[in-house]
Ligand binder design. Structure first.
Ligand SMILES: Cc1ncc(COP(=O)(O)O)c(C=O)c1O
Length: 302
């Protein structure tokens, strides 16, 4: 593999070297935004996070992001120690401190906080959660469509580590990404426990076949906000869309494929396991959906 590309590639922006970061109620320079080696997130991946995007002065779909954050925190029995309004205020304060008005991306992270001893038990996190917001100037930039490789790492059953949890522990996804890179691709295409095509290691996955848009049932993937917006947009615009099981045979035979996520909106896919999908350019249905999503963002942020 010569030219590596990730699904979270942005234009180089020197301003990101001097951003200011929210850390437990304080805004600090990037170089001072440090957490303890005893932090539950560092030590164990014990935390939850959200990725947010700023367009035209507005944090897109903020209610959905806050819903998912608080739901995930409740699921792991983590008290964020802040109300929804306070979390949103923290986002706005970080935005103000960085004088950002558009084209910014935030990673909002909450861990179980600093532990008294270096062991797993959650009761050792006695000091309260660690809350941080990294906000960067960010304009997605993709040199070419993404290449995927199917990997042996599966999306697990919900009773092991529910793939709907945006947890700090992403090792399963990271291993999937490493396997894909070693196979010469950019990102891993992950199957569910039944062998149906599910999602990629960092984005949701869609195919287009004969004008129909297909994505997985949603049972084993992140309940992506962009995924849901794309489904809703298709329904509202008479584009047939199905959440269904489908296999690699259906996938290799697709006319188009694309990924969804807050960072990159809809990212075209050109190759899966060495099979070309389309002609190295976003296909017509992908382009239509990109346009509909852009218009939705414009309405949301007007
Ligand atoms: C594994 C995974 N899939 C998909 C997504 C995309 O979700 P969203 O559209 O809400 O950004 C994310 C983003 O956090 C993710 O981590």
């Amino acid at each position: 593999m010569t030219d590596h590309q990730t699904t979270h590639q942005a234009e180089e922006d020197a301003r990101n070297e001097s951003i200011r970061i929210w850390l437990n109620g304080k805004i600090v320079p990037k170089a001072e935004a440090l957490v303890s080696v005893y932090d539950s997130g560092f030590m164990l991946g014990d935390g939850v996070w959200e990725g947010l995007r700023l367009y035209n002065g507005t944090w897109a779909f903020i209610d959905e992001h806050l819903d998912r954050l608080f739901e995930a925190a409740k699921a792991i029995d983590l008290d964020i120690g802040m109300t929804r309004a306070e979390v949103f205020q923290a986002v706005l304060e970080t935005q103000r401190a960085n004088e950002m008005t558009s084209d910014a991306h935030a990673r909002l992270m909450v861990t179980r906080g600093v532990k008294s001893r270096p062991f797993q038990h959650p009761s050792l996190s006695k000091q309260g959660p660690t809350v941080t917001i990294i906000m960067e100037h960010s304009k997605p930039q993709f040199g070419r469509p993404i290449r995927l490789a199917t990997v042996p790492h599966m999306r697990g059953l919900p009773m092991t580590q529910d793939p709907k949890l945006n947890s700090h522990s992403k090792l399963n996804c990271i291993l999937a990404c490493i396997a894909a890179e070693k196979a010469g691709a950019d990102e891993g295409l992950m199957l569910d426990v039944h062998g149906f095509v599910n999602t990629t290691n960092a984005c949701n996955f869609f195919i287009v076949r004969k004008g129909e848009v297909w994505t997985s049932t949603g049972d084993y993937c992140m309940n992506g906000i962009t995924r849901q917006k794309v489904i809703d947009l298709c329904r509202a615009n008479q584009i047939p869309v199905y959440e269904r099981n489908y296999s690699l045979v259906d996938t290799y035979g697709a006319d188009e494929a694309f990924l969804t996520g807050t960072f990159g909106a809809q990212t075209p896919v050109s190759e899966i396991d060495g099979r070309l999908i389309g002609n190295d350019q976003p296909g017509p249905v992908t382009k239509t959906i990109q346009g509909l999503y852009k218009a939705l963002i414009e309405r949301e942020t007007a």
